[in-house]
Design a protein around this ligand. Structure first.
Ligand code: PEP
Ligand code: MN
Length: 379
């Protein structure tokens, strides 16, 4: 059960103290307080954990400071929707809003290789009005003999260049909790010119100790990729690990599943799950067309499969696109064959705009239909 308190409830007020006292006297119930400090207001939620079956919503709503009560099912306690349409499905980080109702594009390098390539990438992004990117410094590779990423050595120039070109959020994979500290230190040393969204890759979706430590910090939001060989439910529970430790700013990433049924694509594209994740949870949903498709093959009309699956994710309501670009794909140290070129960036962005508009028109059509046929539900 979650008690949603009146916005800006003061934890030192007599009413709050009375509420705390009442809750501490409930038998077999523990509480966990979560405060979300937004730009406009502070939202406090109190999670009641344990024997809540005998508590009624009415009696809990009558307690001081309590605005609303949501009874949660066992699944996805923190991130789930629990048939409640009123709790937040968005968050803000470093001036960028991530929500189930908007779309952010993260075009960038799969792996950082040279400062020159990072700079060319970021300049192109700025030229086309982009404020987010992807930059891999720690690369989890199939072979131990492959390039493993430059690690912390590249962070200072990546962050400084991001600041120079107005990039506000960089999605960056971490494979060990020490990487979070390295990122924090590099940001501090460079004067915090940008922000970082920590990415947990598909190979680490069920690395529970990594999830717990990334979940305990609340400085950086997290992009959690779906595990490539586990069920959707297992991956959503992995997201819940982050949230149950305190970090609710989680984006869920679809990136295709590992099975030969998807051949000749690198992974079997699973973007039909965009609406499923949005209905089960409050997380914005990201799609990664590059790691799903894995090549620059195109359909007979000339559209790359990467653009086709990007469109499939967006027309289904995706909220973020993580996509590999490279100024010189033939020189990329990781995943060159699936990279789009800088010349293709404006074309890609225009294609994204067309499809997002189509999604918005579809959503408006559905809303109008439901207002007409089922007015009670539309309210
Ligand atoms: C990546 O985005 O660079 C990556 C390695 O993705 P995934 O974990 O989905 O394979
Ligand atoms: Mn890659």
């Amino acid at each position: 059960m979650i008690l949603i308190l009146t916005p800006d409830t003061d934890e030192n007020s007599p009413e709050y103290k009375e509420l705390s006292k009442h809750l501490s006297n409930l038998p077999n119930i523990r509480t966990r307080v979560h405060r979300e400090v937004g730009t406009q207001q502070v939202l406090t939620e109190i999670y009641l954990i344990g024997d809540t079956a005998s508590l009624t919503i009415e009696e809990m709503e009558a307690l001081p400071c309590v605005e609303r009560v949501v009874r949660v099912s066992q699944e996805y306690r923190v991130l789930g929707r629990h048939r409640d349409g009123q709790r937040s499905t968005s968050f803000e980080y470093n001036g960028v809003r991530f929500g189930q109702d908007n779309l952010n594009v993260f075009a960038g390098l799969c792996a950082v290789d040279t400062p020159e390539h990072v700079e060319r990438m970021m300049r192109a992004l700025q030229d086309h009005g982009q404020t987010c990117t992807r930059m891999g410094a720690y690369k989890p590779r199939t072979s131990p003999y492959s390039f493993q990423g430059h690690g912390k050595g590249c962070l200072p120039y990546v962050f400084e260049l991001a600041g120079k070109y107005g990039i506000r959020v960089i999605a960056m994979e971490v494979t060990h909790d020490s990487h979070v500290q390295e990122i924090r230190e590099a940001l501090e040393r460079t004067g915090r010119p940008t922000g970082v969204m920590l990415q947990i890759g598909t190979r680490n979706t069920q690395n529970f100790e990594l999830l717990k430590s990334v979940g305990r910090q609340q400085e950086f939001p997290v992009l959690l990729k779906r595990g490539f060989g586990i069920t959707l439910e297992e991956s959503l529970n992995a997201a819940e690990y982050l949230a149950s430790e305190g970090n609710h700013r989680v984006v869920f990433g679809l990136r295709g599943m590992k099975t030969n049924m998807g051949d000749p694509h690198r992974n079997f594209v699973d973007f039909a799950h965009v609406p499923v994740v949005k209905r089960l949870t409050r997380m914005p949903v990201c799609v990664d067309p590059s790691h799903s498709v894995g090549s620059r093959d195109a359909g007979p009309e000339g559209l790359l499969d990467i653009l086709h699956v990007t469109a499939q994710g967006i027309i289904a309501g995706a909220n973020m696109v993580l996509v590999d670009f490279h100024p010189e794909p033939s020189k990329a140290l990781v995943d060159g064959p699936q990279a789009l070129t800088l010349a293709e960036l404006p074309y890609f962005l225009e294609d994204v705009r067309i499809v997002r508009e189509a999604y918005e028109r579809r959503a408006a059509l559905a809303a109008a239909r439901s207002a007409r046929d089922d007015p009670a539900r539309a309210r």
